[in-house]
Design a protein around this ligand. Structure first.
Ligand code: SF4
Length: 339
């Protein structure tokens, strides 16, 4: 059995892996599950062959039946609008291939480095800024892990390692523990940050073993969830996130502002309140990265700033995320100001 097949076999033996294995993998499966027809989408659907449909069933269960405008559905269903390319939307909107300094390593910002710990995800989000990223050239096997760790060890300015992907929590816990131990061996690294959407769509991924990995290290650990809509959170999230928080893991959230999904002050305010009820602090509200295929999700900067002002007027400051745009070549994310 190949190592990829072996890894999949181990993942599918775990509860969250079994849920993942049952995911829906076509638009037709999604439409059937939600009692919709292709004709409910007058502008049509996309074939999306290069970035196929992938949606775990628990996420589908949070969608409304018979509603073609459901905000969770719109994040995963390929619409024909994806195929209408726009000149200001590119394959690599953040210029990441420039910062791809070693296999699986992106070094953009001072003091922080991104490790692409896994190339797959549990869900294919239509707005994903890495939907065209050359993952096949950045697959981290054990040998590449070591060269990625060597890169970090040689740069003493790096104090924080960010596990990204794909989705880093696609790694089985044993491999994740091994990677975290390798990072903790580098004395100048102080913090570990894990960015993941997997636990949002499959809450069972928040295992006790994951808590142990994030707390059983000398590194200060944070988990940044990627929740875009309050309906994505469930009672199981509340239970599992409370355990992580009580164990000492800092829980943050980043949201992508998406037309038709969450471009409403009411939805964003409810999201911030729900996150806090789940022990998670809102961290970033990102305007869309202008990636080819996601143009129909774009919210203008002026509209985004208006929404942000409405949040400021109605929420305590600690529940208002920073409104930012990421720009290729910049030394940090760019805060959005008045227009
Ligand atoms: S989970 Fe994140 S990396 Fe994966 S497809 Fe969605 S947005 Fe992209």
């Amino acid at each position: 059995m190949s190592s990829v097949a072996q890894t999949q076999k181990i993942i599918f033996q775990q509860e969250w892996g079994q849920v993942l294995a049952q995911s829906l993998r076509s638009s037709q499966q999604l439409l059937t599950a939600l009692e919709l027809q292709a004709t409910d989408f007058p502008k049509g659907l996309s074939q999306a062959l290069s970035f196929p449909v992938l949606v775990p069933r628990p996420f589908v269960e949070r969608m409304g039946k018979g509603d073609p405008r459901d905000p969770l559905l719109l994040q995963v269903l390929p619409l024909a609008a994806e195929d209408q390319l726009h000149p200001s939307f590119s394959l690599d909107p953040l210029g990441e291939q420039e910062s791809n300094v070693a296999t699986g390593v992106i070094h953009k910002y001072h003091g922080r480095v991104l490790l692409l710990a896994a190339s797959g995800c549990a869900i294919n989000c239509r707005y994903c800024f890495r939907r065209h990223f050359p993952y096949s050239e950045n697959r981290l096997g054990r040998a590449q892990w070591q060269s990625a760790l060597n890169y970090i060890a040689q740069d003493t300015s790096i104090t924080e390692v960010i596990l990204s992907g794909g989705d880093p929590l696609m790694l089985q816990d044993e491999r994740l523990a091994e990677l975290v131990a390798g990072i903790a061996d580098i004395t100048h690294v102080q913090r570990l940050r894990v960015h993941s959407r997997l636990p949002v769509v499959i809450a069972e991924r928040l295992t006790d073993q994951l808590t142990d990995i994030l707390t059983g290290t000398r590194l200060r650990s944070s988990l940044v969830l990627h929740v875009n809509h309050p309906r994505e959170l469930t009672p199981l999230h509340a239970e599992r996130l409370a355990k992580l928080r009580q164990a000492g893991v800092t829980l943050l959230n980043q949201t992508v502002l998406l037309k038709g999904v969450n471009d409403s002050a009411q939805v964003l305010i409810e999201l911030s309140e729900q996150l806090f009820n789940h022990d998670v602090l809102p961290y970033y509200l990102h305007v869309l990265d202008r990636v080819q295929g996601a143009q129909h999700f774009d919210v203008t900067s002026a509209e985004a700033y208006t929404l942000y002002q409405q949040m400021l007027a109605q929420l305590p400051g600690y529940l208002v995320p920073k409104l930012v745009r990421e720009e290729a070549g910049q030394a940090h994310k760019t805060p959005l100001h008045a227009f």
